[in-house]
Design a protein around this ligand. Structure first.
Ligand code: BES
Ligand code: ZN
Length: 954
């Protein structure tokens, strides 16, 4: 993949090679022309060629470090009528090595003027020197050629005037629109720069390592307000009635965190205990949905200031709901942008799971204000230091501030989700090479986020809560306003500085105590760095195989492979050179004690302290590994669950369910054994354990239904309804109970109605018609709203009614539920209409297109429709989203990864080949192909057994 991209760049070089040689001869004579020979000792002919035909003096994708930015003075004037902006900047730079050019990032900007001042020029008010600007779009770079060499250790001031259109996509400085209740369409302008799009808004050193201070000025009309990272210092009135807001200078930060917005939004505000002003902004009619976000962000900001023992450094923090937003949210320092559904909470239509989502996104982005903003990864290869940490801090902060949301239990899913991905051969290490903007975007994936969070959780369990927190504080203090890499984190976390030796800044008084990163653990010396390297530099997840002989446990570690069986010829080669340092935990039937052991070799043995009927590993599911119990191990655990499941804690029961079905995919456990394990669920009262077991059965049902394997589909349906009837019938159609109860209710009733369970359909249809008759005045309990709408959407009248309701609703939470309901229709024409509306981007916004295609593809009636649409309209889709974006990756995997036949695999393969031939390549291609192959194998291996198992039980 990397190769094909490189080939492309190479071709560009070749094409310009000859032209470059000719031009070089001309340029060598000119005083503006070439960099000094020491900077280009290599073959000068290999230089790229700028758009004007001149040689471009820099050949790398990464910027040189001869010149570094210190301070940006940026003035921007967006025109929300003509949809463009004019801007100017002055960048103060420090020259580290003498040079004759400055390389900056700039993409799709029209540069109208560039000048250079030395410090002396400024002091004596001398005019600046005009700079020759070369542009090399393939690398999104410009070169400013200076007439005289810039001298080392001196500061210079680069002034640039530029302009561009407001972007029509979701990156850079882009336009977003919303409709008022009165039907008026209003436009706002907003930035989204991460990872590499600041360069489309202003020429800059657009790499995370180049931190600088920013002073921002925004021009606007009086009907608008302007927001940026910092508070406004003053507003100046300009000729013609325009206003110019000046914002305080930022702290030192990376370009991707800069933000500014011009809009007409209103806000609610509050103040944290330490005096930070927090405001929630939304379009005027959504003001009433901002209150929960304010409460949550105040609580969470207070929590983080205490946990990190470092105050949030800015005087204010704004959180703003943007009507058009591709991702979920973005952590711009002091001005966090959100998709509306990630920030707004409407008590009438937002469910328990919506509340959990909003809380999670707020917790995530606030965590970034430290992890990411204060301390930033050196380069995008370590983006997990930002994202994995922020994801992990969701768990720590929500458990502390909103225990009633029971997020601790839900965190298990974060790890289960990524295990599926990480057990494919197409996975990658957490720290992974990334150079081009597309590769960098692709780093924002489940491995960086979820696996990052899960291995941090495992490390915390290993180190203890206290040591982990201390290490985190140390890391944040040490690297504040700077950049860090993996090793820096491990050094901080393995710092066994004693409490009394810690300075307030988190450093040790005695350096000698900090030299070793060794930890003593049960008599062993365990090096954290060494251990964590096995989790971050190596892809995949280990399988721990446990075999018991009386009181002796034989342990073995392997690489766990989702779709490759041990008897497959490739299995052995895929195992080679994989070894983890696994911090094991285990417990026995004898006592509640948790034992620990670090497995560092391929095999090991352990002695059990007592006689026991069963052994369970990975207590509370804190470890990132799967466990297989050979011999009678599984039978003993199944017997215990059936006899008295409460002897095992809920998370242990959930992890047993999870591991068993993973082992089925890997061909290590027969499906009937895993299904036997689910039989105890009849007595299960824990919502998540129930949901987990039910989830597997439902996923088999969906697979059978999509493949039209009607006998098994029917039997599964029958089994599910018969077996879970007591718990389904216990559900009320209300919003009562704990968050766990409420989420279980939503899922159970949704499944019951999907399976055509008559009482469910009846009740939902009744509520739907009551609401229609009441002219929308009747409020339906939020947790069942989606189900009621889905049942309502099955008639043409209901579907049309819902589509109208969708257009009029000001609640994003409700709109999402309606849209989901609309996609469950069994009428292909209706589904096609939705896709058309999504492509048009008016009624259904482009931001929702990826989810729309994904949910249509989940519907057996829509699966082919969505897939064919994507194939046939690929070029059109790429005009809306970047190749490496979340959206494109979701569209591809959402419309294909459930396929489970050889024909479908071939179709997808062909399509990906054609994309590759056009020069597009994504990691997700291989992930999808492997996933489909895995599904095919799963069916081949398990269908006969599943069929027989069901026959006996239905
Ligand atoms: N930093 C990301 C936003 C982002 C994502 C920027 C991808 C560039 C590319 C932000 O912190 C984030 O992770 N957002 C998540 C939501 C979060 C709750 C996991 C998102 O947008 O999905
Ligand atoms: Zn994030």
């Amino acid at each position: 993949m990397v190769n094909s991209r490189r080939k492309l760049v190479f071709k560009v070089y070749i094409r310009f090679y000859y032209a470059a040689i000719i031009l070089l001869e001309i340029c060598f004579c000119s005083q503006f022309s070439m960099p000094s020979s020491d900077q280009f000792s290599k073959d000068p002919g290999a230089l790229p060629v700028a758009t004007n035909g001149e040689p471009f003096p820099w050949r790398e994708l990464r910027l040189p470090s001869m010149v570094i930015p210190i301070h940006y003075d940026l003035s921007v004037h967006p025109n929300l009528t003509s949809l463009d902006f004019v801007a100017s900047e002055q960048i103060e730079v420090l020259v580290r090595d003498a040079t004759q050019f400055i390389i900056l990032h700039s993409k799709d900007l029209e540069i109208t003027n560039a000048t250079l001042h030395s410090e002396e020029d400024l002091r004596y008010r001398k005019p600046g020197k005009r700079l020759n600007v070369l542009s090399y779009p393939a690398h999104q770079q410009i070169a400013l050629l200076v007439p005289e060499k810039l001298l080392a250790d001196l500061r210079y001031y680069v002034a640039i005037d530029f302009q561009a259109k407001l972007a029509d996509v979701f990156q850079g400085f882009y336009k977003s629109t919303y409709r008022t209740l009165g039907g008026e369409t209003r436009t706002i302008a907003v930035t989204h720069f991460e990872p590499t799009e600041a360069r489309t808004a202003f020429p800059c050193f657009d790499e995370p390592l180049f931190k600088a201070n920013f002073s921002i000025k925004i021009r606007r009309e009086s009907r608008h307000i302007a927001l940026s990272n910092m508070p406004k210092v003053k507003t100046i009135e300009l000729e013609g009635g325009l206003l110019e807001d000046h914002f305080e200078t930022t702290v030192k930060m990376s370009t991707y965190l800069v933000a500014y917005i011009v809009c007409d939004f209103t806000s609610v505000s509050g103040t944290t205990s330490s005096g930070v002003k927090v405001s929630i902004y939304a379009s005027p009619e959504k003001w009433s949905q901002t209150h929960y976000a304010l409460e949550a962000s105040l609580k969470l900001l207070d929590f983080y200031e205490n946990y990190f023992d470092i105050n949030y450094p800015l005087p204010k923090l704004d959180l703003i709901a943007i009507p058009d937003f591709e991702a979920g949210a973005m952590e711009n320092w002091g001005l966090i942008t959100y998709r509306e559904t990630s920030l707004l909470f409407d008590p009438k239509t937002s469910s328990a799971s919506d509340k959990l989502w909003v809380t999670r996104v707020i917790a995530h982005e606030l965590a970034h204000q430290w992890f990411g903003n204060l301390v930033t990864m050196e380069w995008w290869n370590d983006i997990w230091l930002n994202e994995g940490f922020a994801k992990y801090m969701e768990l720590i902060s929500i458990t502390a501030t909103y225990p009633e949301l029971q997020f601790d239990d839900y965190f298990l899913e974060v790890c289960f989700e990524v295990i599926k991905r990480d057990s494919l051969n197409s996975s990658h290490p957490i720290s992974n090479q990334a150079e081009t903007p597309t590769q960098i975007q692709e780093m924002f994936d489940m491995i960086s986020y979820n696996k990052g969070a899960c291995i941090l959780n495992m490390l915390k369990d290993f180190l203890s809560e206290e040591k982990f927190q201390k290490g985190v504080i140390h890391y944040l203090n040490k690297f504040s306003y700077r950049n860090a890499k993996n090793d820096d984190l491990w050094s901080s976390l393995s710092n066994n500085c004693l409490e009394g030796d810690l300075t307030s800044a988190g450093f040790c008084y005695s350096d000698s105590k900090r030299t070793s990163s060794m930890l003593t653990f049960q008599g062993e010396n365990v090096e954290v760095k060494e251990m964590m390297a096995t989790w971050t530099l190596q892809k995949g997840i280990p399988l721990v195989v446990v075999e018991r002989e009386g009181r002796l446990l034989r342990l073995r570690q392997e690489r766990f492979l989702g779709g490759v069986f041990k008897e497959d010829p490739e299995w052995r080669a895929l195992q080679e050179r994989y070894l983890w340092h696994i911090p094991l935990t285990y417990s026995t039937s004898f006592s509640k004690a948790i034992y620990r052991h670090v497995l560092k070799s391929k095999t090991d043995t352990l002695g059990l302290p007592e006689n026991t009927s069963w052994v369970k590993f990975n207590m509370n599911s804190n470890g990132y590994y799967i466990v297989h119990y050979e011999g009678h191990g599984w039978d003993q655990l199944i017997a215990q669950l059936n006899q008295n499941h409460t002897l095992l804690r809920p998370k242990d029961r959930i992890s047993l369910l999870h591991d068993a079905f993973q082992l089925v995919s890997a061909g290590r456990l027969t499906i009937d054994k895993a299904l036997d394990l689910t039989r105890y669920l009849q007595h299960e009262t824990n919502s998540l354990a129930l949901l987990k077991g039910l989830g597997y059965l439902e996923s088999f049902y969906r697979m059978m239904d999509r493949r039209n394997i009607s006998d098994v589909t029917e039997n599964l349906k029958h089994y599910l309804l018969q077996y879970f009837k007591p718990v389904i019938d216990r559900q009320s159609w209300s919003d009562e109970g704990s968050v766990g109860d409420r989420m279980l209710r939503s899922d159970l009733l949704r499944l019951a109605c999907d399976l055509n369970h008559a009482p469910c359909i009846q009740k939902a249809a009744e509520l739907f018609s009551q609401q229609m008759e009441s002219n929308g005045k009747l409020n339906i309990p939020t947790d069942v709203l989606k189900i009621v709408y889905s049942v309502g959407a099955q008639t043409t009248g209901g579907w049309n009614h819902l589509l109208k309701k969708y257009e009029l609703s000001v609640s994003g939470a409700e709109r999402n539920k309606i849209l989901y309901a609309l996609t469950t229709s069994k009428d292909q024409e209706k589904l096609m209409k939705l896709i058309k509306l999504g492509m048009e981007g008016k009624t259904i916004k482009t931001q929702d297109l990826a989810v729309l295609l994904h949910t249509i593809a989940r519907n057996p009636t829509g699966q082919k429709l969505a897939w064919n649409f994507v194939r046939e309209n690929w070029a059109h889709l790429l005009k809306k989203f970047d190749l490496g974006s979340f959206a494109v990756r979701m569209i591809l995997s959402g419309t294909t990864s459930h396929f489970s036949s050889k024909d479908e695999l071939e179709e997808v393969k062909l399509f990906f080949e054609s994309l590759k031939a056009q020069g597009s390549h994504l990691d997700v291609f291989q992930i999808i192909l492997e996933t489909i192959s895995k599904n095919i194998k799963w069916l081949e291996r398990n269908l006969p057994t599943l069929r027989t198992w069901l026959l006996v039980r239905t």
